[in-house]
Design a protein around this ligand. Structure first.
Ligand code: IMP
Length: 203
């Protein structure tokens, strides 16, 4: 009988694991990450949505490690660009381009579009698979806003310097990290998945 208290976070990013450790706090969930295992084969992100990619990763890593796995997939969707860069956010403009180049390409594509045409959202999908690879739950958290006319601020990462969340005038690059941690797509998704997990392990 697999131990329901052990959860694999499907990442090598220790920062992400540390953030989650904080979120799980004093709960009985014991976290593992991909670095705890040898010979892991990387799951190809071939899905056409964030949810599909999160499910592909959760299923693959649960099957490889034989423990319950949580995987996430996230990115930026710009309305006037028909949802691009979307699932290609990390690969937009080529795998090797820096984020300042990706941002420049995006701003160029968007041109001088007026504010109403600069609507955008960050999405974060999280999927959990049991050790047999069965998907137990998928949630998608969103943070809506607009694309600024030029990059502003040095905080955060990725597209943060050009994303202005609704209710604010500053970009995620300018806002205090604590604000992003409360309102981001990732925060929304994790707030939804954690009660599910706690219920699941309590059974
Ligand atoms: P991943 O799902 O963590 O691999 O993220 C995919 C890509 O989406 C990242 O490389 C970034 O380009 C973008 N992205 C996801 N979340 C954020 C965010 O909070 N700020 C800025 N960019 C993000």
């Amino acid at each position: 009988m697999p131990d329901r208290h052990i959860l694999l976070i499907a990442t090598y990013n220790l920062g992400k694991v540390a953030e989650l450790k904080d979120l799980f706090g004093k709960t009985p969930v014991e976290l593992r990450h991909l670095g705890d295992f040898d010979n892991i084969i990387e799951a190809a992100e071939t899905g056409s949505s964030f949810a599909e990619n999160a499910q592909i990763k959760a299923r693959s890593y649960a099957l490889q490690t034989h423990i319950m796995a949580l995987a996430d997939d996230s990115g930026l969707e710009v309305e006037a660009l028909d949802g691009r860069p979307g699932v290609f956010s990390a690969r937009y403009g080529g795998e090797e381009t820096s984020f300042s180049e990706k941002i420049a390409i995006l701003l160029d594509e968007l041109g001088s579009a007026h504010d109403v045409h600069r609507r955008a959202q960050f999405s974060c999908a999280i999927a959990i698979a049991d050790p047999s690879g069965k998907i137990l739950r998928t949630v998608v958290g969103k943070c809506t806003g607009r694309i600024a006319c030029e990059p502003r601020g040095n905080g955060g990462f990725g597209y943060d310097p050009i994303f202005v969340p609704d209710g604010y005038n500053q970009t995620f690059g300018e806002l205090a990290a604590g604000i992003k941690q409360k309102i981001s797509h990732r925060a929304v998704a994790f707030r939804e998945i954690i009660p599910f997990l706690l219920d699941y392990i309590a059974i």
